[in-house]
Design a protein around this ligand. Structure first.
Ligand code: NAD
Length: 485
């Protein structure tokens, strides 16, 4: 099933935006109680449609583990709504700020105002949580929201539209369906804020389109996130976590470990233990109920080509766990695969993999790891397995820059509601989750109220002794120059 892009689509979206903006300006910013009521409605509709969501996503993927949809999407959405509801009063409170001595007895504070209408553009890989968590955040911040889900998960997108139409009026929350053309039109609308989750390549286009209207932007993009295993730390905990992070959702996770950097003396142990852990985690093999398929034929073929390119260039390809030939057949199912010894020029070491394939690259010491990571675009996540209390770990964390970092785990930073989530440079711009999400979708308005008496109120031309006094108070007395260190 594909959703046709109707020629009226962008006109509709522009019209929906206009209606939402009129409603926003005429009704004013919602109170704490109104925002909480919207979050409560959102929470209820998620739970009502829980089974339908799992079925729609699975049908869109060919097969998506229902357990994964529960853990990686539904729980995350409910957790996020509850976190926002619990903390909203604190987030909304105006923050008193310091007033300089010359401006006393004035008062200064910051107010967090809703921006107005927020646009949310979502990808297909977590089609539910990547629309609903930004939606919950935008509603908590008091905004109206227009959503554009992905065309690659058409059943889920139609279901999302239905769920939200049942729950909100169109001037509170509305959904626009369609593919790249609808996406391009959507990103050129004059929103008050736009949150885009998707590829770095499309993110560039979205930023260009948003710049035409100077729309403030949060970009949640992708990239190659490394996992680094310290010497001697190939063990059950490490392998359990790497297998979970790499193979959940068939590897189609933006923060999945993309490739592993393993000490040269531990490579064979890593291959053996990865194989054993995959067999343990997926005893029915890649056609078992907990193993997810690749979303489309194009993505499936892209992954097959990446493996073939690496093989042609001399890498060793190891299919891990229960072998596919003994496990039946299912469309677009790719066995968990290790690539050992891929050269840096091979495509698999250049582009984001986004599938159940893990290249393993040897290193000699941590200095080499730091150089390797720093010579590449800044990743969305970086994972380290080893002793968190030693100099090696401290140096790695201090001298590399990634969106987030996980020590002795993969993916779990995303589940921490109070941590910001976002990339840096090619992996993204800005963040949501935590108070950072609320603030990204709010305008921090500084307010200064002049007191009855203070120095600036006495400042009027002609300037004379009053100005001299004011300058002495603000600048202080002259000092000797400070020498360079
Ligand atoms: P994508 O960039 O192809 O699509 C994302 C959205 O953009 C979709 O709604 C799509 O319809 C729309 N779109 C497509 N072409 C467009 C255009 N020319 N102009 C405007 N909009 C357009 O991404 P995808 O394939 O759906 O998702 C996979 C990518 O998303 C991966 O790179 C992954 O790392 C990234 N991702 C990032 C995060 C994060 O939180 N940082 C989360 C999930 C996925």
């Amino acid at each position: 099933m594909t959703i046709p892009v109707e020629p009226t689509q962008c006109i509709d979206a522009a019209d929906m935006l206009r209606r939402q903006r009129v409603a926003f300006t005429s009704e004013g910013p919602p109170s704490l109680a109104q925002r909480k009521a919207r979050l409560t409605r959102l929470r209820a509709v998620v739970l009502t449609y829980r089974d339908a969501v799992k079925e729609a996503i699975s049908a869109d993927f060919g097969h998506r583990s229902h357990h994964e949809t529960d853990i990686m999407e539904l729980v995350g959405v409910i957790q996020s709504i509850d976190y926002l509801t619990r903390n909203l009063r604190r987030f909304m409170k105006p923050q008193p700020r310091h007033v300089g001595i010359a401006y006393r007895s004035g008062r200064a504070w910051v107010e967090y105002q809703p921006k107005g209408v927020v646009g949310v553009m979502a990808p297909w890989n977590y089609p539910f949580s990547l629309t609903f968590i930004p939606l919950a955040t935008a509603l908590a911040a008091g905004n109206r929201v227009l959503l554009k889900p992905s065309e690659l998960t058409p059943r889920t997108s139609v279901l999302i539209r239905q769920m939200l139409a049942d729950t909100f009026s169109a001037d509170e929350v509305a959904v626009v369906l369609g593919g790249p053309e609808a996406g391009a039109a959507f990103s050129s609308l004059p929103f008050d804020h736009l949150l885009f989750t998707g590829s770095t390549q499309v993110g560039r286009k979205v930023m260009k389109a948003a710049s035409e209207n100077l729309v403030p932007l949060t970009l949640e993009l992708g990239g190659k996130s490394p996992v680094i295993v310290a010497r001697g730390h190939v063990d059950e905990r490490t392998m359990g976590s790497i297998v979970f992070g790499k193979l959940s959702n068939g590897g189609q996770t933006c923060v999945a470990p993309d490739y592993a950097l393993v000490h040269e003396g531990d490579i064979e142990d890593f291959v053996t233990q990865f194989d054993a852990m995959v067999a343990r985690s997926y005893p029915e093999g890649p056609t078992g109920s907990d193993y997810t398929s690749i979303v489309s034929d194009r993505h499936f073929q892209r992954l097959v080509d990446l493996v073939e390119d690496a093989r042609r260039r001399g890498a060793r390809v190891v299919e891990a766990g229960v072998r596919p030939e003994t496990a039946g057949n299912r469309a677009r199912t790719l066995a968990p695969t290790l690539i050992v010894g891929a050269i840096d020029e091979s495509a698999i070491m250049q582009e984001e993999i986004f599938g159940p394939i893990l290249p393993v690259r040897p290193y000699r010491d941590m200095e080499e790891v730091i150089e390797y990571v720093n010579a590449r675009p800044r990743p969305l996540a970086l994972y380290y397995f080893g002793n968190e209390d030693n100099d090696e770990c401290r140096a790695l964390l201090a001298r590399t820059t990634s969106g987030n970092t996980g020590v002795n785990n993969t993916l779990m930073h995303v589940a921490q509601d109070d941590l910001p989530f976002g990339g840096i440079g090619p992996s993204g711009m800005g963040a949501y989750h935590g108070v950072e999400g609320f603030r990204a979708m709010s305008h921090a308005k500084g307010v200064f109220v002049q007191g009855r008496w203070n120095l600036p109120s006495l400042l009027r031309a002609p300037f004379g002794k009053v100005l001299d006094l004011a300058l002495t108070v603000t600048l202080g007395r002259s000092r000797k120059p400070v020498a360079k260190p």
